[in-house]
Each structure stands twice: as structure tokens, then as C-alpha cells.
Design a protein around this ligand. Structure first.
Ligand SMILES: [Zn+2]
Length: 494
């Protein structure tokens, strides 16, 4: 038996893991181009004598025998994703499907020259490869290794994996988190909905002599999962607030309205064109008032908010009054923002929705919304509520297939072991959290609801960017953390 991993010097483990990582970095592996890396991984397992399957999606599934005498202990899955987000600096020549990632190893960090590093999730893969090479250096029950494709783009690898690979497993350790010392123990499911309705236009009344374009900008926007609780203003919602404020003083007809970019981004800008019987100065005053009111409430989180007005020529058509009412009522009715915080942990969002985009043309208006819930029931509740609101305002709803949540399991034996081993090895308790985003783990737990899962990782900063860097000092402790858990699982009577 080779030297036990738990007794090895950190430097030795780090070198071993980085040796595997550098092989991965040499293989181009942006999402949807995983053939090469998948073949490489298949060959790796074959060379190390493991039974390996490459499925139709190019996911890799390998089986490692238990240490002698440990055959009857629970089966644990070690999992990571093989694809990466490839981005390059503007002036850096880089072809993601052809070029290698060039590594720069500093004293504290591993970085890439001119591109993203792919520590997300190459370091998870490399650590697992290192463990496979050293299976005789720690005690373990049966292990299954799963490397998925397309995690960064649609998660079709995780979705497509055959249920049979999860049916006989008890535990799954996902190595795709970005902070050593944090154990993720739950993630959100989500649903995308498009609402639309036909529009009817009329010629504007000549008594509505003021025609203006109103633009909302300077907002921070951000990811609708990560930033939904950080006090960001939704530009589309704000636009309707302004329309309402104008309506208190005069008549308004809407000619156009657009805002936001995507389902999962908080809209940071919106603009609309109106015809009104108010004077331009009145409209501007109203907008200034709304801006002040917003600054009173959101001044610290949205200091740059700007509402601008511009006089324009008369639009040749405006929305029929009824359509205007239904559209603005609907936008006010549908919830956007945090919906439910965790009663146990006030810092964690359990349910939220984001009205991400509005577009209208001569015929229709379309709204894009994404709702998240850290339990499937919360997503279902949202869907029901939104469908009712849509009916009330004569909108049609197109509901996409929801992605599953990974519900926090307070009785998870794996989580208990993880907390104990981490504290024992590091002298302090780990942070346990749930994330308000979708992870592959949601699909795994759907395939086997009894599966106990944790998601962990080394500390990787600025992922998906050219500033991505790996904190080298977290690699060896992370490997020892995994080994400690596997040894404990193979020594525990469950
Ligand atoms: Zn990842």
C-alpha cells in the first residue's frame, strides 16, 4: 500500500492534482465540445483498470471496487463536470475549440494566460483522477465516478444520465462548489414562463399633445439567482410605476415599451414612449419625484438610478386603452423579487421570481419571467399563481419544463459526516448553505430521491471570467476532506 493520502504533505498532493489538471487544460473543452476530453477520461479509467461507460451524451461513468473488506458499505458517487466556460481577453488570440489553456502557477494562485482557467470544474475532475490513481492509499466502499458534459450550458449531461447510475447509490459528493469551507446542501429549481397577448393599436388622440420617451437606466441588474435579495430595482416594474404616477395627474397612452435582456437577469434598463395631455414639464417633475422616492428606498443599492425624459415627435399609433390597462395591471400583479426567505437562515432566499424582459411589436407583447424555489412545491405555487394572473389579464402563458430543486435534508447522514470530518481536519466548523440557483444535483436527486448529496469545492475566484483563479492552498485540504469522508463512510454502520 502506498503512503496514506491523509498522511501526505500538502505540497505532494497539490503537485499530484495539478499534474492531472494540466492534462485537462491541454484539451479544449468548452460546453458542447466535450468529445475529446470525454475520450481522454474514458481512456484514463481503462488504463487504471476501472469499468467505464461513455454514454450517448459523452458523460463518463466509472466504477471502482471497494477496498478489501469494504464491499458492503454504502456506494458513493464522486461527481464533477468536464466542460468549462471559455472566455478570453479582448486582445488575446484564443480559439476555445482548438487552443489549450496556458497555466500560470504562482505562489498562491493558479491562473490562466489571457483566458478563463477552467478550475470550474477542471479542478474537481483533477482531484477525482488523483484519487483514482491512489485508490490503495485510502479506505473506501464502492465508488462510482461520474463526469458530466454541458453543465455550463443547459445541463443536458446531468438531465440525460440514466437513472440506473443513481438507483443503487447512497451518497453523492459533487465537487463543483467554489469555496473551501462551505458545504452546499440544497439548490433551487426553476421555471421559465413566457406570457404574451395580442395588441390593438389606435391613432393617438390629438388632444394628447405631449409625446415623450422615458428611459430608465443606471441600475445594477445582475443574476436573478445570486442578486435577487440585494436590493436591485426591476426596471420594467419601475416603468409601470412611472406610468401610474403620470396617470394620477393626466391621461396617458402607451406607444412602445421595452426592457431587460433575459429570463435570468434582473432588468437594468427599460424605456417607453407615451402620448399625454400633461405638459412636458409636468411629466419631467413626476419622473424626478419617482426617482427621489426610489433613491429614498434603494439609495445604497441603486445610487446611479436615472430616469430621463425626452420630447419626441407624435407616434403614429398608441395602444388601445383596454390593452394598456391589462398590460400594466398584469405587470403589477406578477411578483418579481424575493418571495420567501428561509425561516432557519434569514440570509437565504427560498423562493423568488424575476420579470426579466418585455418586448412589444405591432402585433404582440411578450414578457419573460423566471421563478425559482428551493423546493419543487414553491415553483409549482408560482406557476399556479402566475397562470391565474395571466388569465385575469387575458395573457397566454407558455410554461417551460421546470428544473428540479434539491431540497435541503436536515437528516442527511452524509452532511453529518461532512461536518464532522471537516471540523476534525480544519479545527473549525464548515459553513452549510443552500444556493438559490440551479445545480446538476437537482437532476440527480430527482433520479433517486433517497440519494444524500453535498456539493463542495476548492476556492475558485471569478469563475467564468479571464480573472478566474484557484487558491492553491485549498487543494490538498479539499482532497483530504473527500478522503476523510470516504474513509468514514466505509467505517460507519448506517
Ligand atoms: Zn461548475
Amino acid at each position: 500500500m502506498s503512503e496514506k493520502i491523509l498522511n501526505r504533505a500538502a505540497e505532494k498532493i497539490l503537485d499530484g492534482v495539478l499534474e492531472e489538471f494540466s492534462k485537462l487544460a491541454a484539451i479544449p473543452r468548452p460546453s458542447k465540445h466535450e468529445e475529446q476530453v470525454s475520450d481522454f477520461l474514458k481512456k484514463f479509467f481503462e488504463e487504471h483498470g476501472l469499468e467505464v461507460v461513455q454514454d450517448e451524451f459523452k458523460n463518463i461513468i466509472a466504477e471502482a471496487d471497494a477496498s478489501p473488506g469494504k464491499e458492503n458499505f454504502p456506494l458513493t458517487i464522486l461527481q464533477a463536470h468536464m466542460d468549462m466556460v471559455c472566455v478570453a481577453e479582448d486582445d488575446y488570440a484564443f480559439e476555445p475549440t482548438k487552443d489549450a489553456i496556458k497555466l500560470i502557477r504562482g505562489e498562491k494562485f493558479l491562473e490562466a494566460e489571457g483566458t478563463s482557467l477552467g478550475a470550474d470544474d477542471g479542478i474537481g475532475v483533477a482531484e477525482i483522477l488523483y484519487l483514482v490513481k491512489n485508490l490503495d492509499a485510502f479506505e473506501h466502499g464502492r465508488l462510482r465516478i461520474i463526469f458530466t458534459v454541458e453543465e455550463e450550458q443547459g445541463m443536458s449531461g446531468a438531465i440525460g444520465l440514466d437513472e440506473k447510475f443513481f438507483a443503487d447509490a447512497n451518497f453523492l459528493i459533487n465537487c463543483d462548489s467554489e469555496k473551501f469551507g462551505e458545504i452546499v446542501a440544497g439548490s433551487a429549481g426553476c421555471v421559465q414562463i413566457i406570457f404574451c397577448r395580442e395588441l390593438h393599436y389606435v391613432r393617438p388622440d390629438t388632444k394628447l399633445g405631449t409625446n415623450m420617451e422615458i428611459k430608465i437606466g443606471g441600475l445594477r441588474g445582475g443574476h436573478s439567482g445570486g442578486e435577487i435579495s440585494s436590493g436591485r430595482i426591476n426596471a420594467i416594474k419601475l416603468a409601470v410605476k412611472i406610468m401610474r404616477a403620470i396617470t394620477k395627474h393626466g391621461k396617458i397612452r402607451l406607444s412602445s415599451f421595452s426592457g431587460g435582456q433575459a429570463f435570468n437577469a434582473i432588468p437594468d434598463s427599460a424605456s417607453f414612449v407615451i402620448a399625454t395631455d400633461l405638459k412636458p414639464d409636468n411629466v419631467q417633475n413626476i419622473c424626478e419625484q419617482v426617482e427621489r422616492r426610489m433613491k429614498n428606498v434603494y439609495g445604497t443599492t441603486e445610487p446611479e438610478i436615472k430616469i430621463e425624459t425626452k420630447i419626441i415627435s407624435r407616434p403614429d399609433k398608441v395602444l388601445h386603452a383596454k390593452d394598456y390597462e391589462l398590460l400594466t395591471n398584469f405587470i403589477e400583479l406578477i411578483h418579481s423579487g424575493v418571495y420567501l426567505m428561509s425561516p432557519e437562515n434569514p440570509a437565504q432566499v427560498l423562493a423568488s421570481a424575476n420579470l426579466g424582459m418585455i418586448r412589444m411589436d405591432d402585433q404582440i407583447v411578450e414578457l419573460k419571467l423566471l421563478a425559482r424555489g428551493n423546493a419543487d412545491e414553491l415553483v409549482e405555487e408560482f406557476i399556479e399563481g402566475f397562470e391565474q394572473a395571466a388569465k385575469l389579464c387575458a395573457f397566454e402563458s407558455k410554461i417551460f419544463e421546470p428544473s428540479p430543486a434539491w431540497l435541503f435534508n436536515p437528516n442527511s447522514r452524509l452532511l453529518k459526516i461532512a461536518k464532522e470530518i471537516f471540523a476534525e481536519q480544519n479545527g473549525h466548523a464548515p459553513e452549510v448553505s443552500t444556493v438559490h440557483m440551479g445545480l446538476e444535483t437537482g437532476y440527480f436527486v430527482k433520479k433517486n430521491p433517497a440519494l444524500e448529496i453535498i456539493s463542495i469545492g476548492t476556492t475558485n475566484e471569478n469563475i467564468h471570467s479571464t480573472n478566474e483563479r484557484l487558491h492553491l492552498e485549498t487543494v490538498a485540504p479539499h482532497v483530504k476532506f473527500i478522503v476523510g469522508m470516504l474513509e468514514e463512510i466505509s467505517a460507519t454502520k448506517f
